[in-house]
Design a protein around this ligand. Structure first.
Ligand SMILES: [Zn+2]
Length: 435
């Protein structure tokens, strides 16, 4: 057994009894995000207060919030001797919620993270609904992983656009291109533009009908003339995928004159996807599965990523995307080594902000930690940055030199930031927190 006087050398590992590394690495990553600690403390505090109220019905339970807080707290305790626990008490809570067993085969870390975040979101939504229905003056915090994407289609023939459609997300899943090297920034940009052929653009069809009717006045019926006049009047306000009233819709779809048929008129469009609401905690999944016709293989393209990422959007976008300058800092990375079906997951977890209190020669953790809603001693950043405290609290050299732990189940090693950023081929999940 190894021990160290330093409180940043070790952190609690997770034992691997059967194929547990997918869960071990996922939970270690959750222990690296101060924003998650703040959220869990807040919602568990509100829940405790709600439980004490004499309401007619009982507040919905938060079993997964409680289980996650319990295991994250275990992983966040500062230790000086090698130590490990099991992830199974946490996984058993998931099994109980879904009333089914987690397979003992190789599982996917991304699927587990997605399942955990969806379940937390469900518990959060139920609690919010209860508070609203009971007319209670409680503010249930927002899930810090939730963001919003917007899609908009633009036709390359007529240059008109669709109305944006919005999709919430908790994990930003990006397909890794089949090249040898790319960067996260490039992949996010590429996700913004996708070209689709053979699109039935409503504006192009209306434009064509109006042109035919103008150039070659037909002996059209009074009914047709009425519909054409209606189209002419509506044209400028119609988007490329609008729903028309039934009679107009039928007319546009079935229109033909001479050799012209609207059903044959198709165009190419570009689909833009933008993050319109960047989440506080940004979880990126690099989809590395490739179908080769007969089997699924792993795409080992090198994906470069940075310690700091910018999520600022275009100035001139039409999707009302947030124009604020959003900056993220790297908190954790899950690496996957092996094939699509078998392999090993490890986690790079950022150390907490440990400082040395020179007054009594102790180490203080200035990062938020799990307290289940019971406020404990916590220095805030203002206190720490004041001048007198600058003299009292000193940075710890090894925390600055080795800001991450590399955690492979029970094995924990300190690593430099460069070691994490070098994992371009194995990187699978990346966790950022807004600064
Ligand atoms: Zn068009």
């Amino acid at each position: 057994m190894f021990t160290s006087k330093r409180q940043d050398k070790f952190t609690t590992g997770l034992i691997n009894t059967r194929n547990d590394c997918f869960a071990n690495s996922s939970i270690q990553a959750f222990a690296a995000m101060p924003g998650l600690d703040v959220y869990l403390n807040d919602i568990l505090k509100q829940h405790k207060l709600l439980d004490k109220l004499p309401t007619n019905s009982e507040a919905p339970k938060l079993p997964l919030h409680e289980a996650l807080a319990t295991i994250v707290q275990e992983l966040q305790v500062t230790i000086t001797t090698q130590h490990y626990v099991s992830v199974w008490p946490f996984l058993q809570v998931i099994e109980k919620i879904f009333n089914s067993k987690i397979s003992t085969n190789q599982n996917d870390a991304h699927e587990l993270v997605q399942l955990i975040l969806e379940t937390l979101d469900n518990e959060n939504t139920k609690l919010k609904k209860f508070v609203k229905q009971s007319n209670l003056n409680f503010v249930i915090p927002e899930m810090p992983f939730n963001g919003l994407l917007a899609d908009q289609l633009t036709c390359l023939s007529c240059l008109n656009s669709s109305k944006p459609s919005f999709h919430p997300f908790a994990v930003l899943s990006l397909a890794v291109p089949q090249t040898s090297i790319t960067s996260l920034e490039e992949m996010v940009k590429k996700n913004e533009v996708e070209t689709i052929n053979g699109y039935n653009c409503l504006r192009c069809k209306i434009k064509a009908i109006l042109k035919v009717e103008k150039d070659q006045p037909t002996n059209s019926t009074a009914e047709t003339q009425k519909l054409v006049a209606e189209l002419k009047q509506k044209e400028s306000n119609i988007s490329i995928n609008d729903d028309l009233p039934e009679d107009l819709d039928k007319f546009v779809k079935n229109y033909s004159y001479g050799g012209f048929k609207t059903e044959n008129l198709q165009s190419t469009i570009v689909k833009k996807t933008l993050v319109v609401k960047p989440p506080r905690l940004l979880t990126v999944h690099l989809s590395r599965s490739m179908f080769t016709g007969t089997q699924v293989t792993r795409n080992s393209c090198r994906v470069q990523f940075e310690d700091e990422e910018d999520a600022s959007s275009d100035e001139d976008n039409e999707l009302n995307a947030s124009k604020e300058n959003v900056k993220y800092r790297l908190r954790a990375v899950i690496r996957h080594h092996g094939t699509h079906n078998a392999g090993h997951y490890e986690c790079y977890r950022h150390k907490p902000a440990l400082v040395k209190d020179t007054l009594n020669d102790t180490v203080v953790n200035t990062s938020p930690t799990i307290n289940f809603g019971f406020a404990g001693f916590q220095l805030n950043s203002n206190e720490l940055s004041s001048k007198s405290h600058n003299k009292r609290f000193k940075k710890i050299a090894t925390v600055a030199k080795y800001p991450f732990w590399r955690i492979s189940d029970t094995k924990v090693a300190e690593v430099k930031k460069e070691d994490v950023l070098r994992e371009t081929q194995a990187v699978y999940m990346i966790y950022y927190e807004r600064v």
